[in-house]
Design a protein around this ligand. Structure first.
Ligand code: GLC
Length: 985
């Protein structure tokens, strides 16, 4: 045993012994006295507990601890059931006197046995989790039924924690203590906890590397991430086993893929569910529903789904319709379908206690209700008055429940079901729920409410989903729930409950959507505009701008609040809402592709920025997000904003609205008046779009528009199928990967064929931010090549023949018609000279306001004085200064003239990026000798020559670096930088 380990375990034992009396309430694991190994697991027996480590595939390690001498039933509400087996190898080389080293492949557990403490390391030997020597795992009896379990681990400074499902407050949970107990949390705030959902899974980030921990325990659980003691984290439950899965990264997407390997993924929803949803508590009578539908169509505001909240019911009885307000629901939903609307109805779990009611009677006949300890059904109170509650943890009850749907759906024709009040909520109960001693079947092993509370909503959604499937086996179902548990993503969508019309809630709605996505639950969104209270026009405008780009996009409001439809806030806000929703529908091919990707990988549709740029965070607002990996959305979440400072992530970015190009890793100031949502596209993306429609049931005039944001190599993917049936499972879909390669004067797009889906037509290509004219287009399919014809800008008709192209002056975009997609094709675009590039000498002068250094590395912030810029080197290395963006014709201006002074650097490196070769950092620097005497000298370099002709084309960025002999504290002064024509003839 290494000396360090021996000392540590000695300290561990002494601390354990010393600490035991002080913490009388908890018992901590003592020494392991026996170890048993099987190929996949190792079991350690301690005097009054057992611990098992199990390899779940190569990348997941399960840790299980229970007091006593036997584990309970190995059962989970979260796991899919096809958990992979792994091999837990004993690493002989690392064997320790006081323990074992075990490995799943990607994860290693060092188990110290006296007392039993575990460290978990990744493949590179970095510690991911480290049991606190003093406490490690422990337990304490709470009452006759429950023994609480918990683990304490060390938490190094700088660790960030994300996930845990529906949590308000900041994205990073470090420093907070949080818990899980599904709660009807009307009007919650940033510090309200717990909320409606329990997803005890979190992702930890340390130094840009990520791993996950899933604590699979549905009891009331709690988590403390350094809230009590800055360097200690702990998690535990009030009952059940300490049963957690450590999930290897190193990237956040790796963690999510593996977590959703275990707990399942969202099934591909019907496409209509990705449209815009309009709800209120409640639209009734029927005439009001029709009026809403007609107004959407009359005003050409896109909308796919209308909702029936509880007032559609007869006395709030689930599965009934109020005959007075809705005399013929089937006719209504059919008429709405003809107007291209789908419909969703709410179904609550509280069933009115009313003999004679068919649902009550049939449930009573099979003993469907949750029971009191004396065996009688528990009676609570919800909307209908006195209610009983189905026991969804009983498979027979789920079966009975799902059988209620085929006749109901057939009779009324609604398409989707929304499950609410399923925490379960109870107006009569303690803490707005059922008493804790209520009995549940718990899938055949009867337990109290304590053990099953957190899965009630999840199991209700499961039974509802099954019901819709039974009714319409060939269609993709849509369900939505308020409460759920880990793995609930398998049963559909969810929303973030009863929020409030306030700016703070707009902010929360964005972080909560992201947090749920990080927790494996991707199809989520808030009540846009806020549920309680009333929004100002400005707030609604900002909310629909941002909310229309969330996975689930629904406006909803409480009863008694003012109207909250997109047109309720006057013509200006109506126009903003229309534009925002049109953008959602234009993005439908991209959005649908993201959903399909998510259904295979678990990577959410809406992502915190660090998920795309691991390790990047300090610059960003929590509310900014990535829609897929191409689009950066920067919602405006405060009143009165006219412009916005945005910290662009690394890379190169296009402004969605103007096509202007920006170097990433720097702040930019953009306009943000009320009608303007800051949006950026990652350079090198191809975003599949379509023309706007008012409903996904419409065929767009342009079914496929490929928006190319070129910068060197660009790519994008597209998933297509019929959008509603299950035929995709039989291979009836197309997944296409589009690419665009830009050379000096030419761009080549490759479009694969897609023959599976109907109505393909020929895509329209839109080339953004070119800055140069398109001279000619050639489309090649198989062996034939078509030469495209230019059409005049005045002709605003659709470009009809393959290869036809024109400039659209309104958007500054070049449009090109591709050929139909029944064959693969390449589109070759020849570009003319850049008329706008600087051809006459350019001389940069630096002043803070107009020509600041946009990006610098390794130096203290630049100081601008007398037209020059001065920096002090922060650390020895390779200090860099990126010059302001310029469009230069390299051919015309090959000579760089600089005046600068350095104290130690003996060389100056110059790198440049052209539109065709975007990444400055990939280019080797041209090196030029300079004089390290601290005095200003003027130098002149021929870039063309020095770069062997690669200094060519239109140049956007030039970076100066000082790689040699620079010292910390060294001062560098750059005065003029000029690009000039070649000297002499
Ligand atoms: C709950 C739901 C809300 C719904 C209302 C009436 O408050 O969270 O969305 O409108 O009940 O059904």
């Amino acid at each position: 045993m290494a000396k360090g380990n021996r000392i540590r375990s000695f300290i561990g034992i002494s601390l354990w012994l010393a600490a035991a009396p002080a913490m009388a309430a908890w018992t901590h694991l003592g020494p392991a006295t026996q170890v048993e190994h099987t190929p996949a697991a190792s079991t350690f027996r301690c005097p009054d507990a057992i611990v098992r480590l199990e390899a779940i595939g190569e990348h997941v390690l399960r840790v299980r601890m229970t007091p006593g001498n036997a584990f309970g039933r190995d059962f989970s509400w979260a796991l899919t059931g096809d958990t992979p087996r792994g091999t837990l190898k004993r690493l002989e080389g690392h064997a320790q006197e006081d323990g074992e080293t075990l490995s799943t492949g990607a994860l290693t557990a060092r188990v110290h046995t006296r007392p039993l403490r575990i460290d978990i390391l990744d493949a590179d030997g970095r510690t991911l989790l480290h049991d606190e020597p003093e406490r490690g795992m422990g337990w304490r009896r709470v009452n006759d039924e429950c023994i609480a379990v918990r683990v304490w681990q060390e938490m190094p400074d700088g660790v960030r924690i994300y996930g845990l499902g529906e949590k308000a407050g900041p994205l990073n949970h470090a420093g907070r203590a949080l818990s899980m107990w599904n709660t009807d949390a009307w009007g919650y705030g940033p510090t309200t906890d717990p909320l409606y959902k329990s997803i005890p899974f979190f992702i930890m980030e340390h130094n840009g590397r990520y791993h996950g921990v899933f604590f699979d325990n549905p009891w009331r659980t709690s988590f403390d991430f350094g809230g009590q003691d800055r360097n200690v984290m702990s998690f535990g439950a009030e009952g059940g086993e300490l049963d957690y899965y450590v999930i290897a990264g190193p990237g956040p997407k790796d963690v999510l893929r593996r977590y959703t390997d275990l707990t399942g993924r969202l099934e591909l929803p019907p496409k209509w569910a990705l449209g815009y949803h309009q709800c209120r508590y409640s639209y009734y009578p029927e005439a009001r529903v029709r009026e809403i539908a007609e107004t959407f169509r009359a005003k050409s505001i896109p909308c796919d789904v209308l909702y029936f909240d509880i007032d559609y019911m007869d006395g709030y009885r689930s599965f009934t319709w109020n005959p007075h307000w809705f005399p013929n629901p089937r006719k209504l939903t059919d008429d709405l379908k003809a107007m291209r609307f789908h419909t969703v109805a709410i179904i609550d779990p509280g069933i009115k206690r009313e003999p004679g009611d068919p649902v009550y009677d049939s449930g009573t006949a099979i003993n469907a209700w949750l029971r009191r300890p004396d065996g009688r059904p528990y009676v609570g109170r919800v909307w209908p008055g006195e209610c009983v509650f189905p026991d969804f943890t009983n498979p027979a009850v789920r079966d009975w429940w799902s059988a209620l749907f085929p006749p109901f759906l057939e009779a009324c024709g609604v398409d989707g079901i929304w499950n609410d009040m399923n925490e379960p909520a109870n107006f009569a109960g303690p803490n707005k729920t059922l008493p804790l001693d209520i009995r549940f079947d718990n899938e055949g092993e009867s337990k109290s409410h304590r053990a099953c509370h957190n899965v009630y909503g999840q199991q209700m959604a499961r039974a509802t989903l099954e019901g819709i499937r039974r009714a319409r086996p060939d269609h993709r179902p849509f369900t939505m729930t308020r409460a759920t548990y880990a793995g609930g993503q398998r049963y559909g969508a969810a929303w973030t409950g009863d929020n409030i019309s306030s700016w703070e809630h707009l902010q929360l709605s964005l972080t909560m959507t992201m947090q749920l996505g990080v927790s494996g639950m991707p199809f989520v969104g808030p009540d846009i505009g806020g549920f309680g209270g009333s929004a100002t026009p400005e707030l609604y405008a900002r909310w629909i701008q941002a909310g229309s780009l969330l996975p689930y996009a629904r406006t909803h409001t409480a009863s008694g609040t003012p109207d909250q439809e997109p047109w309720s806030y006057g013509p200006d806000v109506e126009a903003i809402a229309r534009d925002s929703l049109r953008r959602r529908y234009e993005l439908m091919p991209y959005l649908y592709t993201l959903f399909e990707e998510c259904s295979r990988t678990g990577v959410p549709i809406v992502r915190p920025i660090w998920m795309e740029f691991p390790g990047e965070h300090p610059w960003f607002e929590d509310t900014a997000f990535m829609l897929g990996s191409a689009i950066l959305v920067w919602p405006i979440v405060r009143a009165g904003e006219q412009e916005q400072h945005i910290s662009l992530p690394p890379g190169v970015w296009f402004d969605w609205h103007t096509g202007e190009i920006h170097a990433g890793g720097q702040p930019v100031l953009v306009p943000a008046g009320l009608d303007h949502l800051p949006l950026f596209v990652r350079a090198g993306s191809i975003v599949p779009m379509q023309s706007a429609v008012e409903s996904t049931m419409e065929t767009p005039a342009e079914p496929l528009v490929l928006d190319v944001w070129p910068f060197g190599h660009a790519e994008g993917s597209l998933y297509e199928d019929d959008g509603e049936s299950l035929a995709y499972r039989q291979g009836r879909f197309c997944r296409s990967q589009f690419t665009c390669e830009a050379a000096e004067d030419e761009m080549t797009l490759a479009l694969p064929a897609c023959t599976q889906t109907a109505g393909q037509g020929a895509p329209l290509i839109r080339l953004h931010g070119l800055g140069r004219p398109v001279n000619s287009v050639k489309v090649r399919r198989d062996s034939s090549e078509i030469t495209g014809q230019p059409s005049s800008p005045a002709e605003d008709g659709i470009l009809s023949s393959p290869g036809a192209f024109r400039f659209d002056p309104a958007s500054g975009v070049w449009l090109i018609r591709a050929a139909p997609r029944d064959h693969q094709q390449t589109v070759r675009v020849r570009l003319g000279p850049d008329e706008n590039a600087n051809r006459e000498a350019v001389r940069l002068r630096f002043d803070e306001e107009k020509r600041p250094i946009p990006y610098h590395r390794g130096v203290l912030p630049p100081v601008y004085s007398q037209g020059g810029v001065e920096v002090a080197v922060r650390r020895a290395g390779n200090p860099q200064l990126l010059l302001p963006r310029m469009r230069l014709s390299a051919e015309a201006l090959p000579v760089l003239k600089v005046r600068l002074a350095t104290e130690h650097a003996t060389s100056l490196g110059v790198r440049f990026a052209t539109r065709q070769e975007p990444t400055l950092s990939d280019r080797p620097a041209m090196k030029f000798a300079i004089r390290p005497d601290g005095r200003v000298h003027e130098y002149s370099f021929d870039l063309r020559q020095a770069s062997d002709g690669r200094w060519s084309g239109t140049v956007y960025w030039v970076m100066l670096s000082f790689p040699d002999n620079n010292r910390q504290g060294e001062r560098i002064r750059v005065e003029t930088v000029a690009f000039e024509p070649a000297a002499g003839p």
